[in-house]
Design a protein around this ligand. Structure first.
Ligand code: ADP
Ligand code: TRP
Length: 321
């Protein structure tokens, strides 16, 4: 069984991405015998249109994923833009995709409703995503809840192609990630780069400490009991502490006598303990850009080989060969 998923390089990797997307994807990659993970850099270009920022987001995300435990020997890992078959198949599929299907996309409607000027690329985003998937014939596609509709569209488009031109594509099954819950940011809202409330996974120890010490809390005095379940610091600590370490912290909240500064220090120590091996690994990759380039080159070759074959088959079916 093969799984496939894509991650957009669109900013600094934060704890929300790490617990909500990266860890679940890496766990699944270890569960299935074949896995494909790619950087959806062409998708990122729909929103990141600054050369420097796009370039560094791509380079950083590759290093981040490798440091988080992605094993390129086991998982086919590449950049979408290194495999031109994605764009070619996307065009072919766009010619059989009804406009109405795209007009119903929540992500497009939401962005338009927020007044974000919509490009044709943003509108046809689900078709490129369909091509990403169909080229590699995965059985399962793990995605967040927000991508569920895009997966339904991919199935619709694949089915339409199969009906018109004969069985060509395997219909992908979505695997909607178990609710990891929404990871709160420093202000208590959902952690998101668009809210400016992120805690990055990779930054210097001092930067991370400063951000954690700045988490917004209420103003209940040190001596008073506090509610762990409504406190962002505690919600974040749950992600890093084992049940046996979390319980004493919960008691400290309930007993009173602990200030939020102390809770933040406990959180920082736990974050450091969990993430410092990743920081070390990340540094190694940062210092060896040639190693990253080599990994991406090998990934691109393998991916091109698979994708080309599928594209040839499609071209044959529609009369382009
Ligand atoms: P952002 O909101 O910072 O722009 P993205 O939308 O690029 O983040 O997130 C990529 C993936 O990371 C999402 O599909 C989701 O699965 C996960 N994710 C992002 N933020 C959170 C969060 N606060 N809690 C849980 N998962 C999150
Ligand atoms: N659109 C996805 C997201 O924003 C990323 C993505 C692009 C993707 N192509 C894909 C995910 C193919 C799964 C399969 O999260």
């Amino acid at each position: 069984m093969r799984i496939l998923t894509g991650i957009q390089p669109s900013g600094t990797l934060h704890l929300g991405n790490y617990f909500g997307a990266v860890l679940p994807a890496l766990r699944l990659a270890h569960t299935y015998d074949e896995s494909v993970l790619f950087l959806a850099d062409l998708h990122a270009f729909t929103t990141v249109q600054d050369q420097k920022r796009l370039k560094s987001s791509i380079f950083n995300l590759i290093g981040d994923l490798l440091a988080c435990g992605l094993d390129p020997q086991k998982t086919l890992f590449f950049r979408q833009s290194d495999v031109s078959a994605h764009s070619e198949l996307s065009w072919i599929l766009s010619c059989i995709t009804p406009l109405g299907l795209l007009e119903r996309a929540h992500s497009f409607k939401d962005k338009k409703a927020k007044g974000i000027e919509a490009s044709a690329g943003l509108f046809t985003y689900p078709i490129l995503m369909t091509a990403d998937i169909l080229l590699y014939e995965p059985h399962f596609v793990p995605v967040g809840k927000d991508q569920k509709q895009h997966l339904e569209m991919a199935r619709d488009i694949a089915q339409k192609f199969n009906t018109l031109f004969g069985d060509t594509f395997l219909l992908p099954e979505p695997v909607i990630a178990e609710e990891t819950g929404i990871i709160p940011g420093t202000d208590g809202q959902k952690m998101s780069k668009s809210y400016g409330n992120i805690i990055p996974v990779f930054a210097t120890e001092n930067e991370i400490k400063k951000i954690i010490m700045g988490i917004v809390t209420d103003s209940i005095p040190v001596s008073e009991p506090k509610n762990p379940d409504t406190c962002t610091v505690f919600q974040l600590a749950r992600l890093f502490l084992s049940a046996s370490d979390l319980e004493p912290l919960r008691q400290k909240y309930k007993n009173g006598g602990m200030g939020y500064g102390e809770a933040k220090n406990i959180l920082f120590d736990a974050v450091k303990h969990t993430l410092s091996p990743l920081w070390e690994k990340r540094k190694l990759f940062q210092e060896n850009p040639e190693y990253i380039q080599e990994i991406m080159k090998i990934g691109a070759e393998k991916a091109n080989h698979i994708a080309r074959q599928k594209l040839e088959m499609v071209k044959q079916r529609i009369g382009l060969l």
